[in-house]
Design a protein around this ligand. Sequence first.
Ligand SMILES: NC(=O)C1=CN([C@@H]2O[C@H](COP(=O)(O)OP(=O)(O)OC[C@H]3O[C@@H](n4cnc5c(N)ncnc54)[C@H](OP(=O)(O)O)[C@@H]3O)[C@@H](O)[C@H]2O)[C@@H](O)CC1
Ligand SMILES: Nc1ncnc2c1ncn2[C@@H]1O[C@H](COP(=O)(O)OP(=O)(O)O)[C@@H](O)[C@H]1O
Ligand SMILES: [K+]
Length: 521
Amino acid sequence: MKYLLDSVAMKKIDEYSIKTTGIPSVVLMERAALSVSSFVEKLAYNKKDSGKKDISICVVCTKGNNGADGLAAIRQLYLHGYKTLVYEAGRKEPGTDEYELQKNIIKNLEIPFECAVQDNILPLDEYDFIIDAMFGIGLSRDVTGVYAQIIDEINRVSAVKVAVDIPSGLSAGIVQVSNKKVKADYTVTFGFDKTGMVLYPGRKYAGKVIVSDIGFAVSQDNVQKILENNPARMIEKKDILMIPEREADGNKGTSGKVLIAAGSRSMGGAAFMSAQSAYRSGCGLVRVFTHENNKNALLTLVPESICDTYNDKNSNCDELTKWCTWADCIIAGPGLSVSGQSEEIVKCILQSGSDATLILDADALNIISENEEYYEYISRYKGKVIMTPHVGEMSRLTGKSVGQIKGNSVETALCYSKEHGVICVLKDAATVVCDHDNIYINTSGNCGMATGGSGDVLTGVIAGMMCAGFDDECFAAALAVYIHGCAGDMCRKNQGIFSMKAWDIAESLSTVFTQNNTDYN
Ligand SMILES: NC(=O)C1=CN([C@@H]2O[C@H](COP(=O)(O)OP(=O)(O)OC[C@H]3O[C@@H](n4cnc5c(N)ncnc54)[C@H](OP(=O)(O)O)[C@@H]3O)[C@@H](O)[C@H]2O)[C@@H](O)CC1
Ligand SMILES: Nc1ncnc2c1ncn2[C@@H]1O[C@H](COP(=O)(O)OP(=O)(O)O)[C@@H](O)[C@H]1O
Ligand SMILES: [K+]
């Protein structure tokens, strides 16, 4: 797990390192600059056919400390023999102390220097590399005027663009203040990943992100001691190893019993995918409660599952109640459709008296969004409740527009989770998982997963992690989302982004688990 920080958190870490522990600001800056210049040099070295003198590098800066980093980086590259230019934009007044210090060195070395003039921006076509050091985490408002013109010019030319700390115009936190942003190929960021570069649209602007240790006196382990709020986190591959070991003398009953209430008269696929992925994610027994039309197909596709049915005349709620109390985890909603009968089924589960962890997905969410009283049932439900809306479902649940939700997914998920006392998994390209005091932003997966049934597969993986024996359900749900994305990434390699299907994602789960050593004896 890694922390994701915003500008307020980064400034505290900066301040703690400089003021409390006494690491001089210029020392951090020199290391920051060195990490940028050595990265650019590595890229330049790969352009084997040209010598250093033929490679031209322009740093674009304004007069804050991001600009100061850029000046130090270009000085290091100049001293290594590259053809360089400093292109400065900014007010007439002096910059920060660090900026003026770096600028003085640039002047002493007589490194070529140009000042930007509004409406007369220097064409940047001739440069092989542009180092973007206009705004870092100090961006405070929309980018306009000469700064916006320079960003347009940077984005227009074909140079390789390396952003210092964060692409200029992008905010480090969950809210974006500017529409104008540099589209970087690479971002060398300092100390910690930044929330704004993990969420969309920032992830598209940051390119490949390199996190560089520049010597802040705060590590991943003591971040929380310095900050007042709980920052967002992202799951990493090594977290998969935290899945508790399976009991050597366990049996199918102890590995987790899952009830899946899914599938309707003309929709069975969702139930099959959920069942298949629950088994592939370690569940011991999977019982599917579905419309009788789906029974034969289910038992053909997932013969390990147990099937109970309802039909058009009888919702079979007595049986359903019994299996709710049998289960350790319940999934309700995939492919269930929205009808009087499916409403009865969801209500029956919520009022079953079960204390199993309940995952509400798809049509269960659509039912809730149309019937306020279901929130009352949720609040009285004994077990943990996990709700897994995609952005469209969240829009129906909250009345907010899809645009509003996408622009502020973390806040939306957090508010919803707090308001209803549930774990919220807000599914999107960067899925947010949160409860009242934890936020995870997912980084695995790809746009090939934007295909029917991917979400049904996710419900099974979440059920698997709920049955795995974690104490912290929010973490377990975030891990499930990460694993699901890794399976999607596996499909990207094997089936390709256009051809991959949800079933492939379910089938790739076993590779994700085995590659990460979770197949214990
Ligand atoms: N020792 C250290 O401290 C270390 C710092 N480090 C580096 O410092 C960076 C943070 O530096 P920072 O805080 O100086 O802010 P920065 O990102 O340069 O931008 C602020 C400048 O831009 C201006 N401005 C803002 N928005 C604007 C807009 N829309 N349009 C126009 N102007 C705008 C703002 O001016 P003002 O708001 O006062 O008008 C100010 O001049 C960080 O990302 C990292 O690279 C690392 O080296 C580690 C050690
Ligand atoms: N561009 C993307 N990048 C990463 N993951 C994605 C992307 N698009 C969709 N996904 C993931 O695929 C799943 C889609 O779920 P959902 O919309 O419920 O699909 P369905 O209803 O068809 O089962 C979610 O887990 C989502 O996070
Ligand atoms: K920058």
